[in-house]
Write a protein that binds this ligand. Structure first.
Ligand code: TRP
Length: 338
């Protein structure tokens, strides 16, 4: 039997996820993880989160909440290797080894670093490196270690992360060239941007725009949020356009196709915005409330969740251990006489 492809992706553990994340990332990743033809690795990038989070309570709470969220939304830890980055110390070890081969010039070109420098420029800061930590600067090296420690074949990410996977390929080739073929050169797989949802103000749904619909709202708050979605000024009875309608885009992301078609017909027939919002509320309530119920159950028992993650870590360590051993040996970190 051919070896199964290893598909690996990381989840940043900052902030609470919204329905845009749910439709664009969480549900598609869970669906992909059920494929029998691949081995799926999904992890909480908690050490990455230290770049943004300096509050220990928040760091720990976010990791817990995001783990509970993915499980509540249907991730099955039996089908996926689901673990915390911090439970796999080999990742940090490999990050150091890789950083000793990675040229500084490569990191100078990383988008996140360049964006931070250019923000200092815009603010006319004399020190262009102001506020930039080594964590932010080295971010792509840590991400390379996340990927290479399991010899992943495919890395599904959003477009903003493509450069990091390209850097990983670069770093892996350099290592293989110098020390011998140890790492697979991973392929990037870019997630469908069509999954990006508009927020309640019509711009892309994003925490930084403060326009999100959180996943785990209670019914009343969910309804209130939906009623705030911006629309044009067409009156009831006037035909409405589905294009550029946030209500429609969100509806389509969660409804089966035939139901979306019916909703589209209602637009043509001149459904009022109020009614359209009610229908969206009904849909989201039905789709999301089961997740919310499950989430409420999961967060009651922290030790059960801890156990799930430790089991995941055990499976992950089975794979990372022989690889880090090869790396240590290859670079010359070994017992005297070996
Ligand atoms: N940087 C990714 C993001 O912001 C998360 C991440 C960390 C990741 N390590 C990874 C994704 C390894 C894929 C592979 O979304």
């Amino acid at each position: 039997m051919p070896k199964k492809k290893r598909v690996l992706t990381g989840i940043t553990t900052t902030g609470s996820p919204h329905i845009g994340n749910l439709a664009g990332a969480i549900l598609p990743a869970i669906k992909a993880s059920k494929k029998k033809s691949t081995d799926s690795f999904l992890f909480l990038a908690d050490y990455h989160s230290l770049i943004k989070n300096k509050d220990p309570e928040l760091t720990s709470a976010s990791s817990f909440e995001i783990a509970a969220c993915w499980l509540a939304c249907g991730l099955d830890p039996k089908e996926v290797i689901f673990y915390r980055q911090s439970d796999i110390p080999h990742i940090m070890e490999l990050a150091w080894v890789l950083s000793c081969l990675t040229s500084k010039g490569l990191m100078n070109r990383a988008h996140a670093y360049k964006a931070a420098v250019s923000e200092n420029k815009t603010k006319s800061n004399k020190d262009l490196e102001r506020g930039i930590t080594m964590g932010l600067y080295n971010y792509p090296v840590l991400m390379s270690a996340d990927i290479l420690i399991f010899n992943a074949d495919v890395v599904p990410v959003g477009l903003d992360q493509k450069q990091h996977v390209e850097m990983t390929r670069d770093i892996a080739s350099r290592f293989n060239h110098h020390y011998g073929e140890i790492f697979k050169i991973p392929e990037v797989s870019i997630e469908d941007e069509a999954g990006v949802l508009p927020g309640i103000d019509g711009r892309k749904m994003s925490k930084s725009y403060n326009n999100v619909i959180p996943i785990f709202l209670n019914k009343d708050d969910l309804r209130k949020k939906i009623m705030k979605i911006k629309t044009d000024s067409k009156t009831p009875g006037e035909p409405k356009e589905t294009e550029n309608s946030s209500i429609f885009s969100i509806y389509r992301a969660f409804a089966p196709e035939d139901q979306t078609r019916k909703f589209q017909d209602l637009y043509k027939e001149g459904i009022s915005w109020g009614e359209a919002k009610e229908l969206l509320f009904e849909l989201l309530k039905n789709q999301i409330q089961p997740f919310r119920q499950e989430y409420k159950e999961l967060i009651k028992d922290k030790s059960a969740l801890e156990k799930i993650l430790l089991l995941g870590a055990e499976k992950a360590l089975d794979i990372s251990t022989p690889i880090i051993n090869k790396v240590r040996k290859a670079v010359g970190i070994r017992a005297f006489g070996d």
